[in-house]
Write a new protein. Structure first.
Length: 217
């Protein structure tokens, strides 16, 4: 019997990039990146949360054809979005990274339904999804050396999410990711000639001309 049979197997770390190599036992989702702690957060005011939810529901109604059950999002996607916005999102920091298990507990949906809902929200531009991996350290006891060794592994962790208004609505309501390029609200001009009716403006001009003519005479 091997001297190290009682120890858990230690696999050399040959896979440091998000792309899984053939001999690497760890498999990462395509496009995964290393988590850098908070760089994928976007703070969101309370009124912005309500705006995102309202525009998502409007998009669903607008794309739902007669006799159809769902539009481009579906009711499951709206429920997942509602859970993300009003249950998991930290509005001050913008942190939004619940696991599928947490979303499942909140909504009651299976993992497959949640995955489809998230994909639909992503396609509509309502969600930006960052698939993340991270290095995690474990202590492994060596009976031969009578001490612990630190083993570092790269593991898939929960996704991080950022919310936005749907793509079709950004020309009117702005892009939450680009606050400097939000459309300005319509404002009334201070110029009297731009606020009054044309007939009243012409009457005022004629009255002024008569007054000038009388004073000159």
């Amino acid at each position: 019997m091997s001297l190290f049979a009682h120890l858990p197997p230690i696999t050399p770390m040959t896979c440091e990039s998000p792309r899984a190599m053939e001999k690497c036992p760890y498999r990462f989702r395509r496009g995964s990146v290393f988590d850098r702690g908070g760089e994928f957060y976007r703070p969101l005011p309370t009124e912005a949360r309500a705006l995102v939810m309202d525009r998502a529901e409007t998009l669903e109604r607008r794309t739902k054809g007669k006799g159809q059950r769902d539009g481009v999002l579906g009711q499951s996607a709206l429920m997942v979005l509602r859970a993300l916005l009003f249950h998991f999102l930290d509005t001050k920091s913008g942190k939004l990274d619940p696991s599928y298990k947490q979303i499942k507990t909140q909504t009651g949906f299976c993992v497959q339904t949640i995955a489809v809902a998230l994909k639909r929200l992503e396609r509509a531009g309502i969600l930006e999804i960052q698939r993340r991996i991270a290095r995690k350290a474990y202590k492994v006891w060596s009976e031969l050396s009578r001490r612990f060794f630190e083993l570092v592994q790269v593991e898939q962790i929960t996704n991080a999410y950022m919310v936005n208004v749907p793509v079709p609505d950004r020309t009117k309501f702005g892009d939450l990711g680009m606050p400097l390029f939000k459309p300005k609200p319509d404002t009334f001009s201070d110029s009297t000639s731009q606020r009054e009716s044309t007939s009243r403006f012409l009457h005022r001009v004629r009255t002024a001309k008569w007054r000038i003519a009388l004073q000159g005479g």
